[in-house]
Design a protein around this ligand. Sequence first.
Ligand SMILES: NC(=O)c1ccc[n+]([C@@H]2O[C@H](COP(=O)([O-])OP(=O)(O)OC[C@H]3O[C@@H](n4cnc5c(N)ncnc54)[C@H](OP(=O)(O)O)[C@@H]3O)[C@@H](O)[C@H]2O)c1
Length: 274
Amino acid sequence: MTDAPGRLPSSLTLVGAGKMGGSMLAGWLAGGLDPRRTTLIDPAPAPEIVALCEARGLGLNPAAPPASEVVVLAIKPQGLAAAAPALDALLGPDALLVSILAGKTIADLRTRLPSARAVVRAMPNLPASIGRGATGAAANAEVSADQRDRADALLAATGLVEWLADEALIDAVTAVSGSGPAYVFLLAEALAEAGVAAGLPPETAARLARATVAGSGALLDGSPVAADALRRNVTSPGGTTAAGLAVLMRADGMAALLREAVAAAKRRAGELAG
Ligand SMILES: NC(=O)c1ccc[n+]([C@@H]2O[C@H](COP(=O)([O-])OP(=O)(O)OC[C@H]3O[C@@H](n4cnc5c(N)ncnc54)[C@H](OP(=O)(O)O)[C@@H]3O)[C@@H](O)[C@H]2O)c1
């Protein structure tokens, strides 16, 4: 069997072609996944997914789904119990299961899906939908080096992938990068509000704050320099930025607040798991 380009699997079944599943699929097909060896299972696929399957020859809800090297699970976590019997039937003895279900541990998945052996649990985030995501991933002991490579290629289609030594760290990943986009959106909101308080018209403040957050993110992304060095580079001693940062960097400032926020989100991820 020859490998698809970029270490992508030679055959794949995607269960759940919604927002995240559909975005990942677009990345995989662009990366060279063979559409004729790709099967989608989704009870009510969006019209664009149906059109994609027709145009590129992907299998859509076949009566007898073929055995695939990798099965990616991208349904809502609360749908797992109902979907489990049909899902379990998709898993051959050598299949790799890749799950992006929030809060479902590898042990939960193996309990629900008795045929699952090699399992990768991943936590992507919202920008994965535009190929700019950050994903934390953990594999169980049954995942071979080759299967991990396949999972890495699949997850990398949506952006950065960080492999975790311990699945328990997924809750921390959820709190940092999973919930992180909302923290950044809040920064844009709060900066706009502060601009209004400083006298700017609301619309002007909102546009300036939004462009500042987006532009700074792009700058950070395109730079090999670490965030703290970039910050220092734009901070002249005694200048305006230094005056603002002196407030944000005090002991009870932004770092302390984010530590507290991440701890709270991590705690909540633990409570919601299962
Ligand atoms: N979106 C994010 O930013 C994000 C981030 C991290 C993790 N996740 C995880 O990604 C997973 C998917 O999230 P999403 O936002 O992509 O949800 P979504 O848009 O609702 O996608 C789920 C898809 O699965 C389909 N589905 C439901 N039951 C199914 C079944 N039994 N067999 C096959 N397909 C089924 C749904 O169809 P219907 O619409 O007809 O029910 C829908 O098309 C979740 O587990 C979530 O925890 C998402």
